[in-house]
Write a protein that binds this ligand. Sequence first.
Ligand code: ADP
Ligand code: MG
Ligand code: MG
Length: 885
Amino acid sequence: IKYVYLFKEGKAEMRDLLGGKGANLAEMTNIGLHVPQGFTITTEACREYYRTGEKLPDGLWEEIQPAIAEVEKQSGKKFGDSTAPLLVSVRSGAKISMPGMMDTILNLGLNDETVQGLAKATGNERFAYDCYRRFVQMFGDVVLGVEGYKFEQMIHQAKEDQAREKGGSVYFDSDLSAASLKKLVSQFKKLIEAETGKAFPDDPRQQLQEAIIAVFRSWNTNRAIFYRRTNHIPDHIGTAVNVQSMVFGNMGEDSGTGVAFTRNPSTGEKKLYGEYLMNAQGEDVVAGIRTPLPISSLAGEHPELYGQFEEIAVNLEKHYRDMQDIEFTIEKGELYILQTRNGKCTAAASIKIAVDLVSEGLITKEEAVRKIDPHQLDKLLHRRIDEGAKLKIIAKGLPASPGAASGKIVFEADIAEKLGNAGEKVILVRTETTPDDIHGVLAAQGILTSRGGMTSHAAVVARHMGKPAVCGCEALRIDYNSRKITIENQEYTENDVISIDGGTGHVIQGLVPMRDPELSGEFQTILKWADELRTMQVMANADNPVDAAKAREYGAEGIGLCRTEHMFMDPVRIPIVQRMILAQTVEEREEELAHLQPMQEEDFYGILKAMHGLPVTIRLLDPPLHEFLPNSEDLITEIAELRLSDQEDREARQKLYDKESLLKKVRALHEMNPMLGHRGCRLGITYPEIYAMQCRAIFQAAARLVKEGYIIYPQIKIPLVIHYKELEILRQMINKIATEICLEQGVLIAYKVGTMIEMPRAALTADKIAQFADFFSFGTNDLTQTVFGFSRDDAEGKFLPHYMSSGILENNPFAVLDRDGVGKIMRICAELAKSTNPELKIGICGEHGGDPSSIDFCQEINLNYVSCSPFRVPIARLSAAQAAL
Ligand code: ADP
Ligand code: MG
Ligand code: MG
């Protein structure tokens, strides 16, 4: 095998083997850019190094020799020569760039002899010793493991010594004289010998060998491993090593070094953006105490060089068809390019750049759509904290719902509502929220809770409403009585202002500067292109007209899931709902349902109207009934208090009696495992009057709208089906109600009936169920729970983190669809279903519907649509297009 490639032997496509840096150095060499010559040792060699227990692969060193000879020939210098010494850099570079994570050594090849040669050849002794000093320092640090600060201390001392002895200001490294540098070199060498017990290696070939090994080893430093973990870069791919002849930015004021982006990485503006320093080398620009100059001032100082660089930048962009991040060095007025790569930038910038590149004719619309990382869009769709802001973070909870908010601390939903409606900004702070708090949540800017996880009520509701939320902030002690919160001995009272960042989980003291979401013209353009390219429809999950309007604004093509349980939790309705649940007879229950029907009719009227022209999929009641009743502990406390009150008072007696019967019912409805209990269509089958009421409300609302000239497509969705007979029975009921109302009102309503698929049995008998359905909708939250057989709240709180960190599960299956298990069942289901009902529309409406990788899978199994929260609709539109490409 070939382990060594000269730059002229490689090309951009070889990044797996040569690493990103090596492949691009080769590519730039071959398109004729001014690149110092060298060679790349492959990533394969690095893998082999680790495979054989950290030994240089057989034959590698022999293969390197002719490569050095070639570089010597090209440069007219010789490695280790005492008159014209060749110096090289030894640079790391993996396939995926890991900026600054691994090591690089500059000026390799110097020793007490060659440094003289360098001084003579350049006529610049100070320069030669500056290189030498840098080399010994870097080599000592990176290769020999001597701590960096020890060198820095000596440099500091050398500056003081020189200032004392010779006078003048000695502030910067570049102020050090040749004599001072010379002294430093020998001090460094002594330090190294003392620390390592070995003399500094003088032989350039030994230096090279050790440096190559050090670069291989830098693949496995803690920071590199950590970086790979957080960026999902595999550990086994290894790094390449680039050995390149040095060019010198530290030869005086006509030399320098810098980095620049071809476009502004935060805004995308088409203008060179970067920094440089004259008389400097390598990392001085980013690390040094000298402040670098903006690249624009190069135009004034050295217009010719600037012109050259600008031209190269334009050409590199054209060649790579992307924004470039370029490293360059100027040696005595001559410009060299040392690295280029596709630049990393903010979401807003990457969108602008992609659209601009299309209009400049550099890339196609497909490529533009493919370029944008859908995960990045999330940040653009919410208000966020200004990146530059100084924050006083006082606590951290779970990042439960993205976006940032500031407001006065408020402890009660009623007060939040009152203040909120009066135009005040408030943050509702609770130990946890319940459905009773919903009005407060709606009126608040954001929610902060001390208990509860990512799926707690507060989190779910907040995400759904697009309200920022931080949940489970355990450092928070809330005292409702004294209306105070305590965080690490610091007290905050009602009306103190705090901020929360639902993207990071931070709780911040006081007001913070915010940025509004930026839905730029370019953003719309990319999404329009995405719409042209995708084949799956994108729908939204929305329960009310406000969310529906938001969904429409973000480009949803309908409502894929309208939950009806939130409608039952409205504070005005909850007493009626409770009476309905407590009813002893069907008649009593129907009486209460009759009160609810007009309210439901208004709900459906509103949402169907908001989605004029588009389908609205309404899911009939899903949760178990006890969710609408108060919890038994609260009731017990209330009852105990009532018992202490005056029993002569008739009203109090009645109240006590009511509460006691309520408690009885709550106990009767108690379930061992509510998730698998009496809910969904099981409710609809055992209490048909509830679903019947909902359906009447839907068709009455629909009839009104049809008469008013609206075009509407109601679709009724039955939750939790496990058997085709459930659907058969409920469908008959729905058809009957629809027919009655259409006849009564003299209208035609185009409606559909379908089912959620969230139980394994439903999926596995999909061929039967499909015969009674117009559509299927995978409820992947419940499907994941039932396929895995664990409840989400328990799993996420208790053992899932361990399962992920120990590598049993790669991802949280509730965030990223589990293709192997849940996905397999979905695939089987879709195939079975289409075998008996080819017209069936199949989609997904769990939270996965807004996750890019899950959307990709939906495309793979040929689903017809995805449905997600309104705020994720743009992400889904883009992801669906990428999945289709
Ligand atoms: P990183 O991957 O951390 O950016 P590099 O290998 O790019 O590390 O090296 C860092 C810097 O060292 C470069 O930006 C460049 O300024 C300098 N450098 C590397 N090789 C050479 C060389 N052959 N000649 C001059 N400077 C070099
Ligand atoms: Mg670099
Ligand atoms: Mg469900």
